[in-house]
Design a protein around this ligand. Structure first.
Ligand code: AKG
Length: 294
């Protein structure tokens, strides 16, 4: 196995305010690994909430598979209309030839998205933690708006990989502002599919845009050159926060281990930048993006 170098990591500051060293590391690398953001109790509460949500999910109503590689979900209204809802997407490998799930739903859900931050009574307040507002301000977000949230389950043995991407591909503003706040609800390591990122890759500019072209969702290639740098593993103990610049290339491996790797990802954009109207994510007019304290 390739021996990846270890990125710097820091303890999450009690008030959420980043030190000058952290801000400099983020500017250099395009990410920050901050241990101790969520307490063990909070992580347990959120894992319990995920279990309750999946318990209430009826896979006989919808079995849309999410595949970061094939993007087949992009043709489905169930996905296209999920920007202001809480919807469940299953693992590609859990759908049998006859369309039925080949395992219990608790082991088949790939992700839940994309408006938990606005609609869920547990993930809502968690997403609007005042410490995160401080962190976002220190990262330069002038007028932050919570745009998208996902629980990513990365189920044992079947959890699909998330291919190398930049978040600005999917949530585009002019200029780029999207910032990812990714929280390990369980320890994430190389065996169960942790994040990997290319330090400094955010300096290479945006390579692709996933956007509407008429009624079609297309992946427009802006720069076909591969990312130049070597990636590092962003291993994260339970409760760690990984902050990702919207242009930093990152991915996660498949989970072939016997352990799950539950994470919560919140994507924030700056309302000081212009939201691109051809973005895939749509919101009903009565559900505009809200900030941390709105
Ligand atoms: O959790 C993962 O595996 C991928 C998360 C990700 O790519 C993101 O939050 O942008």
């Amino acid at each position: 196995m390739t021996d990846f170098p270890t990125p710097p990591r820091f303890a999450y500051p009690a008030d959420g305010r980043l030190t000058a060293t952290m801000v400099a590391a983020y500017a250099r690398d395009g990410f920050l690994v901050l241990d101790g953001f969520a307490s063990p109790e909070t992580c347990a509460l959120l894992r319990g909430r995920v279990a309750d949500l999946i318990e209430a999910f009826d896979p006989d109503q919808n079995r849309v598979a999410f595949s970061a590689a094939a993007q087949a979900h992009a043709a489905e209204d169930y996905f296209r209309e999920s920007g202001d809802k809480v919807r469940f997407f299953v693992e590609e490998g859990a759908v049998a030839a006859d369309g039925a799930l080949d395992r219990p739903k608790t082991k088949a859900v790939n992700k839940i998205g994309h408006a938990l931050h606005d609609l869920d009574p547990i993930f809502g307040p968690f997403s609007r933690d005042p410490r995160l507002a401080e962190t976002a301000a220190d990262l330069g977000l002038a007028d932050p708006a919570l745009a998208q949230s996902m629980v990513i389950c990365k189920q044992p043995e079947i959890g699909g990989e998330v291919t190398l991407h930049q978040d600005a591909t999917f949530l585009h503003t002019e200029p780029v502002s999207v910032t990812g706040f990714w929280v390990a609800l369980e320890a994430a390591d190389r065996e169960n599919g942790c994040l990997f990122a290319v330090p400094g890759g955010h300096a290479e500019g945006l390579k692709r845009r996933f956007r509407y072209d008429g009624d079609d969702l297309v992946m427009e290639v802006l720069d076909a050159a591969p990312f130049a740098g070597a990636e590092v593993a962003l291993e994260a103990p339970e409760g760690a926060l990984v902050v990702l610049h919207g242009l930093v290339p990152h991915r996660s491996g498949p989970n072939l281990s016997a352990r799950s790797r539950l994470a919560y990802a919140l994507h924030v954009v700056d309302r000081a930048a212009a939201w691109s109207p051809d973005n895939w994510l749509k919101r009903a007019p009565e559900m505009p993006f809200r900030g941390f304290d709105e």
